[in-house]
Write a protein that binds this ligand. Structure first.
Ligand SMILES: [Zn+2]
Length: 324
């Protein structure tokens, strides 16, 4: 594969874009606000403008780009490039592949962001060379990814590996999916924010009060409060890690992976703290014989794991002959 590829990480608040060279190195990158609450056409315009600005900023032409690939939250059919549903973006049955390919005349690929994050870590990061990998990405939501027998597994129509909606307590807190007590409702930034909000309602004080007034806190605000020994923040983190340990134990027993990877914005900010807290509890929830052979690691590509996974999607398409 020669020339350049453009890879995108489309989130609810920002779009990260990067140009990779033929050696697989990121040579140029930009970040832009998604404007998710301004409608379908604005989000698409953001994506198109990120591609254009990347290409112009790096001083190449669109004809130098062999393929574009993106990770986005939600249920996405990798084959058809249709986003069936996205929790943070205004997309329902949205044929984004068709739309972008029509604009640029360049092959476009898209997949679930966390599936791609795990794919990136498996192909180029901490899990390189392994055959059985479980990934949990903790951010605004909580997503999962699964490598089984040396292949990405995402279930029928790419709808599976939704580890964030593993129900851990049927009487637990409300989750955005409509259920109660999902892992996401305890351990994501949304779950931790809800917990902090409840504590404030009970009259407790925390330096996170301003951070959660208008929605979910930012990872760096969580880090600052943790480092300042904010009692309520530490409780929210401990609770998040307890449920992450329970979910991890379930996944270890189900899949006997060689490695469980923890990634996402929360891990990028406080990975060592989270990993230590998860590790201090996880053994109680694993079958001892299975626990023996699994390693727990923080994602090594950080914020770039989804970009690298998007690139892996292009490489797979070249290998399978989908791009000639
Ligand atoms: Zn849920």
């Amino acid at each position: 594969m020669g020339k350049y590829t453009v890879c995108l990480d489309i989130g609810g608040t920002k779009v990260l874009g990067a140009i990779f060279n033929a050696k697989g190195e990121i040579v140029h990158r930009i970040k832009k606000r998604t404007r998710a609450n301004e409608g379908v056409s604005n989000v698409e315009e953001t994506i198109l403008s990120v591609v254009r600005e990347l290409v112009e900023g790096f001083g190449i032409a669109l004809t130098d780009v062999e393929a574009i690939s993106a990770g986005a939250p939600g249920i996405i059919n990798n084959d058809t490039g249709v986003v069936l549903f996205s929790p943070n973006l205004p997309w329902r049955n949205y044929a984004i592949k068709k739309s972008v390919e029509k604009q640029f005349g360049i092959p476009f690929f898209i997949g679930n962001d966390v599936n791609l994050g795990v794919l990136g870590e498996w192909k180029f990061g901490v899990a390189e060379g392994l055959s059985h990998v479980v990934g949990l990405f903790v951010g605004t939501g909580l997503g999962g990814g699964l490598i089984i027998n040396g292949k990405m597994y995402s279930g029928h129509q790419y709808k599976g590996a939704e580890f964030g909606h593993m129900i851990l307590n049927i009487d637990g807190p409300q989750c955005n999916c409509g259920q109660r007590g999902c892992l996401e409702a305890f351990s994501s930034k949304t779950g931790m924010t809800d917990y902090i909000r409840q504590q404030i309602l009970h009259g407790r004080s925390t330096m996170m009060a301003d951070s959660i007034r208008e929605g979910v806190f930012k990872s760096k605000e969580m880090k600052a409060a943790y480092e300042a020994d904010d009692e309520v923040m530490i409780e929210a983190i401990d609770r998040a890690c307890l449920y992450l340990a329970v979910a991890t134990g379930n996944l270890v027993n189900m899949f006997s992976p060689e490695m469980v990877i923890f990634g996402g914005g929360v891990m990028e900010a406080l990975g060592a703290v989270f990993l230590e807290k998860i590790l201090s509890k996880v053994n109680a929830y694993c079958l001892p014989s299975v626990r023996e052979s699994v390693r727990f690691e923080v994602a090594s590509l950080g914020d770039d794991s989804i970009l690298f996974g998007a690139r892996a999607l292009i490489l797979d398409a070249f290998e399978s002959g989908a791009i000639l």
